[in-house]
Design a protein around this ligand. Structure first.
Ligand code: TYD
Ligand code: MG
Length: 452
């Protein structure tokens, strides 16, 4: 008979403690200990308890031979980009995202398109539901096996027989191991299951995708240690009211974390967006005030974004500041710069900023378009519609240079813009194209030129 006991696990670092405390003694996080009933039936075979130390022989770093790992190309260009040029065999990839954003759709679609043996382990949906989704995506694949199982030992048993090259687990929170009596989704179960899957992946050189739920505050549910264990953490995000979805990498042992993939959700699954720099622009017949186009960079790709602002007199005592897709603290900083350095009285105005398309981008080069849109709305004067902006604003009102300015100019030109405004500190190479580059050192100089 297994002995069960009550222990406490830290939600941040996964540390175990016999009694509750306000602060985790291992990582110092406050109020992170959660109670769980654990019953260890036999000694767990997971990574936590077996140590490979006996086998490891010290080696001189110069004598270690490194074979260049061949990456497996995924049937999806955006995913390849985000992974850093394809999937590394034996890697563990965690995909997080809000419910209903399209995690299951994305990975099932990849499983169906792959020309390799794939196992899709669904703990959330029945085989019929997976089939319905596959029908909706509309791809037929005879090498894709669906397993509806939540017991980890049974899943691993199936893997020994099926010998897939890629395994998809939907989701890690529904799996449980026989070795522990805690409920699925608890810190100890997630840690044990992820540990066993990690060992399985490394020993058999099978790549494993784990789908992970996220909590209310946007972090992946379960112990923080889960993110440390996996090789790559991807996040799928987007605004439910729009059909664009962004795939970002938050951690990647095999590539950069600057890349972003853009998808569009349609009636038949997700499709990759061919011209990402253009999708967020809207065709318009007449000019309106409060709109400026920014050239931002996401990784190595330029994206043109419509920045909208609305400035109106505050009805209540405290003016409202609200942002969609833009950083609120950044907006407050920009408003302070406009007030203090340029003398505009925005203290009694409500200010709203919106990046069209429901996307969130953190490139400081958006600053210049944001202030142009704010001032355009405040003064009721339109910004010329064929002008784009790219520049960061410093606290003293100076316009600072941005990276990869050449690429930004080229993209703006490609999309038919006639003028780009950048910092005077940017070194602009000889341009062959027709686009006019206008350079300013300070925001007030730019306003004097824009609004006269
Ligand atoms: P889903 O993959 O179930 O999300 P998650 O696994 O992240 O919870 O996404 C489901 C949503 O996507 C659902 O609202 C329906 C929609 N959807 C489409 O619009 N088109 C499709 O082809 C599919 C399969 C789903
Ligand atoms: Mg799902």
């Amino acid at each position: 008979m297994a002995k069960s006991k009550t222990v406490f696990f830290c939600g941040e670092c996964g540390a175990e403690s016999a009694k509750w405390a306000g602060k985790c003694s291992a990582c110092g996080a406050w109020n992170s200990l959660k109670e769980e009933v654990v019953s260890v039936k036999s000694s767990p075979t997971g990574w936590t308890k077996t140590s490979p130390a006996e086998k490891a022989v010290p080696q001189n770093v110069r004598q270690i031979t490194s074979e260049k790992t061949e990456r497996v190309a995924m049937p999806d260009e955006e995913l390849n980009l985000v992974l850093g040029g394809g999937l590394v065999p034996g890697s563990l990839v965690l995909l997080g995202g809000e419910p209903g954003i399209g995690k299951s759709t994305l990975l099932l679609q990849i499983a169906l398109k792959l020309k390799l043996p794939v196992a899709y382990v669904s703990g959330e949906e029945s085989a019929e539901q997976v089939k319905l989704r596959a029908d909706r995506i509309g791809i037929d694949n005879e090498q894709c096996m669906v397993i509806t199982e939540t017991r980890l030992e049974a899943v691993l048993q199936n893997m020994q027989n099926l010998k897939p090259e890629i395994v998809i687990i939907d989701s890690i929170q529904t799996l449980y191991s026989d070795l522990l009596e805690a409920t699925p989704g608890s810190v100890s179960q997630i840690r044990e299951c992820a540990g066993q899957l990690l060992r399985f992946a490394k020993e058999n050189q099978v790549s494993v995708f784990l789908i992970g739920h996220i909590t209310k505050d946007g972090s992946i549910a379960g112990p923080k240690i889960l993110e440390h264990m996996v090789d790559t953490v991807l996040q799928f995000e987007g605004d439910r009211n729009y059909h664009f979805r962004l795939l970002r990498s938050l951690k990647n042992r095999f590539g950069s974390t600057h890349e972003m993939g853009i998808y569009e959700m349609s009636g038949s699954g997700l499709s990759t967006v061919k011209n990402p720099s253009q999708v967020f622009l809207v065709e318009r017949d007449e000019d309106i005030s409060g709109v400026a186009i920014a050239v931002a960079m996401e990784g190595v790709r330029p994206i043109l974004l419509e920045t909208q602002a609305l400035v109106s007199t505050a009805v209540y005592g405290t003016p409202q500041r609200s942002c969609t897709g833009f950083d609120l603290r950044r907006l407050n900083m920009l408003l302070a710069v406009l007030e203090k350095r340029c003398g505009f009285r925005l203290g009694a105005q409500d200010v709203f900023i919106n990046l069209a398309g429901g996307i969130r981008i953190e490139d400081p080069a958006l600053d210049l378009a944001a202030v142009a849109a704010i001032m355009s709305s405040y003064q009721g004067i339109c910004v010329p519609s064929k002008t784009v902006f790219s520049g960061e604003i410093g606290l003293s009102g100076e316009i600072r240079a941005v990276q990869r300015v050449e690429q930004r100019i080229a993209e703006a030109e490609k999309l038919g813009f006639e003028e780009i405004i950048v910092s005077k500190y940017c070194k602009i190479p000889e341009l062959k194209g027709k686009i006019k580059v206008r350079q300013f050192g300070r925001v007030d100089e730019m306003f004097a030129w824009l609004f006269g």
